[in-house]
Design a protein around this ligand. Structure first.
Ligand code: 6PG
Length: 249
């Protein structure tokens, strides 16, 4: 899989709160004057500070009528479950901004995973422009796990980096929890991809990815490179401890 985005921007901040505030400002600025814009959100804990700050600082200053939210992945649980990425986003952001319900396109974690992966993939093909047979998101926000996974593409499922489908059903390698995820080709078809990665537990993998060392090919996040898009890294100092130790590749 090719590993070069059209352009790459690396931004490093003191801590996770500064990452959240900087990316919220980036998003606010980027959205100014745009018409219908499609954004796929990530889950987990990192985006919670972003969503909270986005609602507090920019909730009344963004034309949410023009923003359509999707998800890069979802846990196969009902929306009210504590693990639900949609449920977390609803609490931290959606319930605090004036976004039309019809602009929020959640993955139905409560439904049969295989059927929902198909349904969501078809929805994306209807809702977004297509290129190379895959939907084109204006922006995909991603996190990275301690093991180098991104979305719900885990190191033991490298085939998803080259899958022909848009969505797939995966299983968390430790918890066994079923997930639905965008595949590598769907992610790498985006106009913009932004990683938000913070904390010392990510430093080893971030260093390996940027230095192309110690098994970097085995980390799915290393294969995110939007071939006709921009790749942004929003990192804090703790996550870049290893990266800043040597020359970048
Ligand atoms: C998910 C995410 C996943 C997440 C990473 C990092 O559903 O969990 O989409 O890819 O971004 O696991 O998670 P943290 O932000 O909690 O470190």
């Amino acid at each position: 899989m090719q590993n070069q985005p059209k352009t790459m921007f690396v931004n490093i901040y003191h801590n996770s709160q500064e990452v959240a505030e900087a990316f919220a400002l980036f998003l606010f600025t980027w959205l100014q004057g745009r018409s219908r814009t499609t954004i796929a959100l990530s889950g987990g804990s990192t985006p919670q500070a972003l969503f909270r700050h986005l609602a507090e600082a920019y909730g009344g200053r963004i034309d949410w009528q023009q923003v359509h939210f999707f998800w890069g992945d979802e846990r196969c649980v009902p929306p009210g479950h504590p693990d639900s990425n949609y449920g977390m986003t609803k609490k931290m952001l959606l319930d605090r901004i004036a976004i039309p319900e019809t602009n929020v396109h959640r993955i139905r974690g409560e439904d049969d995973p295989s059927g929902e992966a198909l349904r969501y993939g078809k929805l994306l093909h209807r809702q977004l422009p297509l290129r190379y047979g895959q939907p084109v998101f204006d922006l995909i926000i991603l996190g990275m796990g301690d093991d180098g996974h991104t979305a719900s593409i885990f190191p033991d499922q490298p085939q998803l980096l080259l899958a022909k489908t848009t969505c797939a059903v995966t299983r968390h390698p430790k918890s066994g929890q079923l997930r639905i995820t965008l595949t590598g080709p769907a992610i790498n078809n985006a106009e913009n991809v932004a990683f938000l990665v913070t904390g010392g537990t990510k430093a080893e993998k971030v260093g390996a990815i940027f230095h192309r060392t110690s098994g970097w090919q085995g980390f799915p996040a290393a294969h995110v490179a939007p071939k006709e898009g921009n790749l942004y890294w929003f990192l804090d100092h703790a996550a870049t401890e290893e990266m800043v130790k040597g020359d970048l590749q």
